[in-house]
Design a protein around this ligand. Structure first.
Ligand SMILES: Cc1cc2nc3c(=O)[nH]c(=O)nc-3n(C[C@H](O)[C@H](O)[C@H](O)COP(=O)(O)OP(=O)(O)OC[C@H]3O[C@@H](n4cnc5c(N)ncnc54)[C@H](O)[C@@H]3O)c2cc1C
Length: 414
C-alpha cells in the first residue's frame, strides 16, 4: 500500500498527480472465499479489514452492488458520539469512539475527525429533567458529559437564539463527540483491507443464497455463484430483502432518512447541535456547508429520495434556532434507506442459518459504529459466537424480551 504522507503529496504534485497507485484493485471474483461479505458500506469494509488485520483471514470478498460507500455510509451527516443511555450501548459506542480517535493513524488516511463536541438542547424544564437523567446515566457509564446553562450555550455557540420561540432551557455536551469525513472512512477501510488481500468487487449484486441442510454454502450474484464458508449480510436498509432470500424474517422497517447542505460559508458554527424537541440537528462541514438533518420519513420506502415536507420542517426547525441563516441557500438534499428495529438498537450476530451472520438495524445512527461493528463482527464470524460487546444486540433478544430500548433515551438518534 502506497503510504500517504506530506512528502508523498509533494512528490506526486510535482509530477502532476499522474502516478498515484490506485487506492484498491478491481479484481474479478474468485470461485470461493473463506468469508463473503455482502455490502460495501463502512460496516462491510471494516469487517473485512478486521478479519484480515486481527484474525489473518485474508481470503475475503466484499460484494457491493453499486460503488463502495454509495449507500448510507456515504450519505450520512457524520455525527460520532458515545453518549448513550444504557450500559450495553455505551460500552459498544465508546469502543467505537476510541477507534475513531486513532483511525487516521491506524488506516494511514486523514479522516478529518474533529472532536468539536456534540450539544443536545432542552427547551423546557421537563426536557431539562430528561437531559439531566440522560447525563447522569452517561456519567455512570464512565463517559464524558456535562450539563450546560443557556448562557454557557450562548458563549459556546453564539449564533443560537436562546430566546427563540422555544427558548433554550439548557443542554448537555459530550466534548469528545464530533464529525469526520465519511468518504475517507469508507475509502480508508477499503484501501487498508485491499492491501491485506481482501477482494473488493463493485457492481456485483447478490440475488440469492445457496443453502444446504440449514448451512449457507455461498451466494448467487449478478457475476455468477460464489462459494463462501461463511457469509455476512451488511446491507443496511435492504437487510430484510436479503433475509427473505435466505428464508427468515427480521423485525425491521426500512425508511428514508434525509440530509441536506447549504451553500458553503465561512466557519461560523463551532459544535454539532441537536434539538430533539424542535427536531433537527446541525453542524458545519470543513467545506463550509451547513449540514442539516432531522428524523426519518414516517412511511416505509426503498426510494432513496425522501419527501418534501421533511425538508420543509427540518429547515423551519433550523431557522427557529438560527434565524440569522434565513437568507442562506440550500444547495443539495438526499436520502438513504435506513433499517429501524423495534428498540432502535442494532441487530448483530448469528442468524437461523448456520454460518450466515447479520449486522443491521443501525437506523439513523450506524456511522459512529463502523469501526466497533467491523471489529466485533470479525471476531464473531471467526469464532462463531457473539463478541462480548455485541451479545446484548443479538437477534434472540426479540424472543427473550431483553431489549436495549434506546429509542426514548436517544431522541434524535444520529
Ligand atoms: C441521511 C442520513 C444521515 C445519517 N446520519 C448519521 C450520523 O450523523 N451519525 C451516524 O452514526 N449515523 C448516521 N446515519 C446512519 C449511517 O449512515 C448508517 O447506519 C451506516 O452508514 C450503515 O452502514 P452500512 O455499511 O451498514 O450500510 P451502507 O453504507 O448503506 O452499505 C450497505 C451496502 O450494501 C449494498 N447492497 C444492498 N443490497 C445489496 C445486494 N443485494 N448485493 C450487494 N450489495 C448490496 C448497498 O449498495 C450499500 O452500498 C445516517 C444515515 C442517513 C441516510
Amino acid at each position: 500500500m502506497e503510504k500517504y504522507s506530506f512528502p508523498k503529496i509533494l512528490y506526486h504534485a510535482l509530477r502532476g498527480h499522474k502516478h498515484w497507485q490506485p487506492a484498491w484493485r478491481s479484481p474479478l471474483p474468485k470461485k470461493s472465499y473463506d468469508v463473503v461479505v455482502i455490502g460495501g458500506g463502512g460496516h462491510g469494509l471494516a469487517t473485512a479489514y478486521y478479519l484480515a488485520k486481527k484474525h489473518g483471514v485474508t481470503n475475503v470478498a466484499v460484494l457491493e452492488r453499486g460503488w463502495i460507500g454509495g449507500g448510507n455510509s456515504g450519505r450520512n451527516t457524520q455525527v460520532t458520539r458515545s453518549n448513550y443511555f444504557y450500559p450495553e450501548s455505551a460500552a459498544f459506542f465508546e469502543h467505537s469512539l476510541k477507534l475513531y480517535e486513532s483511525m487516521s493513524r491506524d488506516l494511514n488516511i486523514n479522516v478529518m475527525f474533529s472532536q468539536r463536541g456534540v450539544l443536545n438542547l432542552a427547551h423546557s424544564d421537563h426536557d431539562m429533567e430528561m437531559l439531566a437523567r440522560w447525563t447522569n446515566a452517561i456519567q455512570l457509564n464512565g463517559i464524558d458529559s456535562e450539563i450546560l446553562t443557556p448562557q454557557q450555550i450562548k458563549e459556546m455557540e453564539p449564533l443560537i437564539d436562546i430566546n427563540a420561540r422555544f427558548p433554550v432551557a439548557g443542554g448537555f455536551i459530550q466534548r469528545r463527540g464530533g464529525i469526520s469525513r465519511h468518504d475517507a472512512v469508507n475509502w480508508g477501510y477499503a484501501r487498508a483491507a485491499d492491501a491485506l488481500g481482501v477482494d473488493i468487487i463493485q457492481n456485483c449484486t447478490v440475488t440469492g443464497f445457496n443453502i444446504s441442510h440449514g448451512t449457507v454454502t455461498g451466494v448467487q450474484t449478478s457475476l455468477g455463484d460464489i462459494s463462501g464458508e461463511k457469509v455476512h449480510i451488511t446491507v443496511a436498509g435492504h437487510t430484510s430483502v436479503l433475509a427473505k432470500m435466505a428464508g427468515f424474517r427480521l423485525p425491521l422497517t426500512s425508511m428514508a432518512l434525509q440530509a441536506m447542505v447549504s451553500e458553503p460559508i465561512k466557519p461560523v458554527l463551532n459544535l454539532v447541535t441537536v434539538s430533539g424537541a424542535i427536531h433537527m440537528y446541525v453542524s458545519q462541514s470543513d467545506r463550509g456547508e451547513i449540514v442539516l438533518g432531522a428524523g426519518a420519513d414516517v412511511y416505509n420506502s426503498y426510494a432513496q429520495r425522501g419527501s418534501y415536507d421533511n425538508v420543509e420542517s427540518c429547515v423551519a426547525a433550523f431557522l427557529t434556532l438560527y434565524p440569522r441563516f434565513s437568507r442562506l441557500k440550500l444547495m443539495r438534499q438526499w436520502a438513504g434507506i435506513v433499517d429501524i428495529s423495534p428498540d432502535t438498537s442494532p441487530i448483530m450476530g448469528r442468524t437461523p442459518v448456520q454460518n450466515l451472520y447479520i449486522n443491521c438495524g443501525w437506523g439513523t445512527g450506524g456511522y459512529k459504529a463502523i469501526p466497533a461493528s467491523g471489529d466485533t463482527m470479525a471476531d464473531t464470524i471467526v469464532n462463531d459466537r457473539p463478541h462480548a460487546l455485541i451479545k446484548p444486540f443479538s437477534l434472540e433478544r426479540f424472543e427473550s424480551g431483553a431489549l436495549v430500548d434506546e429509542s426514548a433515551a436517544a431522541g434524535v438518534a444520529h
